[in-house]
Ligand binder design. Structure first.
Ligand SMILES: Cc1ncc(COP(=O)(O)O)c(C=O)c1O
Length: 382
């Protein structure tokens, strides 16, 4: 049997593990920060009709530049962030924001170039960076997972990176960055500054978006996704807002026709039903604030969260706690700083199950619903 070692694989890929948040069949999956509310029957019908509409022309390539979709995305961003003043030529879309990040690295990274991130943060940033041949350098966030502008500046000045990643709200900590920290990095960075706002729609009232900084900052890129608040993780649609020149750069690296006609039609239909899809966000915010308060009342350390997940700890044996919850049917994420765990915010029933399982786990109660099979968890975070 041929193994990977027998193949002429790139040296820098040897020994790497494929990305893999566990996809397990469990009663309560609270590990990948999805929106727990599926589309309504009415929307399922509309999505089906949208696919039917394009099905008859699937012999043709899709609109390579996805112009209509980009117009709809720009309109959405202008309602999300009044005053953003975005137009289709300042918005770009791809298969998930991971592909957006990959295109950014293909265009602005590469051999001999450096990307800087502030960890703990989204683990795909360093992974996509490395796979693009770009060097990754890591600076750390503050003790409370924020990023004090002086610390950010010092790291930018030390490393002079070609790309800086700032995640706000940050995964896995939930921390939103103040605009001053982003402004400080923008003023000092010699290259591109990417603000990953995958969770922006969950931010608490009064927390500004980096979209408000786009004017006058042609090296700023703000990335978003329909996978989280928009409840469309299965669609694979990520996007960005930036100066039109940035989109010109991405056109050089994107694959022709990268966004299928089906994806474009489904995403446009979802945007047209944005009111319904985003309708669950307020409930998820409330549920999040409730779980933060409950965990604190139970004596845990909990990071403030502007996202749809909560990082809590500390556990000398976090693997043991993670496994114990899984045995009770609740899958959360072993990610971030050692001794901390992350739970995605689900429906009230899912969060009740999480609270019960955690309490029982602390009390040493025997699991009620033992699971058979592997409970392996990857070190990588989603
Ligand atoms: C901070 C952050 N950015 C980007 C992504 C990628 O999302 P997607 O590729 O589904 O748009 C994720 C997914 O978990 C994330 O947490």
């Amino acid at each position: 049997m041929t193994s990977l070692n027998d193949l002429p694989l790139r040296d820098d890929l040897r020994g790497r593990e494929p990305y893999g948040a566990p996809q397990l069949d469990v009663p309560y999956a609270l590990n990948t920060n999805e929106n727990p509310y599926p589309p309504s029957e009415r929307l399922v019908k509309a999505l089906g009709e949208a696919v039917m509409d394009v099905a008859g022309s699937l012999n043709r390539y899709p609109d390579r530049d996805a112009v209509a979709l980009r117009e709809d995305l720009a309109a959405f961003l202008n309602t999300d962030t009044p005053g953003a003043g975005l137009t289709a030529d300042r918005v770009w879309a791809a298969n998930g924001s991971n592909e957006i990040i990959q295109q950014i690295l293909q265009a602005f990274g590469g051999t001999g170039r450096t990307a800087l991130g502030f960890e703990p943060s989204y683990s795909m940033h360093p992974i996509i960076t490395a796979v693009s041949g770009t060097r990754w350098v890591n600076a750390s966030r503050d003790e409370d997972f924020g990023l004090e502008p002086g610390r950010a500046l010092a790291a930018v000045e030390e490393h002079r990176p070609d790309i800086v990643f700032l995640t706000s709200p940050n995964n896995p900590t939930g921390t939103a960055l103040p605009l001053e920290a982003i402004r400080a990095v923008l003023e000092a960075a010699p290259g591109m500054v990417v603000v990953d706002e995958a969770y922006a729609e969950f931010r608490r009232a009064g927390t500004p978006s980096a979209l408000t900084l786009l004017d006058g900052h042609p090296r700023l890129i703000v990335t978003r996704t329909m996978s989280k608040a928009f409840a469309m993780a299965g669609t694979r649609l990520g996007y960005l807002a930036a100066d039109p020149a940035v989109i010109d750069a991405l056109l050089l690296v994107r694959l022709p026709y990268h966004l299928s006609a089906v994806t474009q039609a489904v995403a446009r239909t979802a945007l047209a039903h944005g009111g319904e899809l985003l309708g669950g966000v307020e409930a998820l915010r409330r549920e999040r604030d409730g779980i933060v308060a409950w965990l604190r009342a139970e004596g845990f350390r909990v990071a403030d969260s502007d996202a749809n997940f909560v990082l809590f700890g500390t556990f000398p044996d976090r693997r043991g706690v993670w496994e114990d919850l899984l045995e009770r049917g609740v899958l959360i994420r072993e990610v971030g700083p050692p001794e901390w765990l992350r739970v995605s915010v689900g429906t009230p029933a899912e969060m009740a199950a999480f609270r019960t399982a955690l309490k029982q786990s602390r009390g040493g109660t025997a699991p009620r619903t033992p699971r058979a099979g592997s409970v392996g968890n990857s070190e990588e975070s989603l």
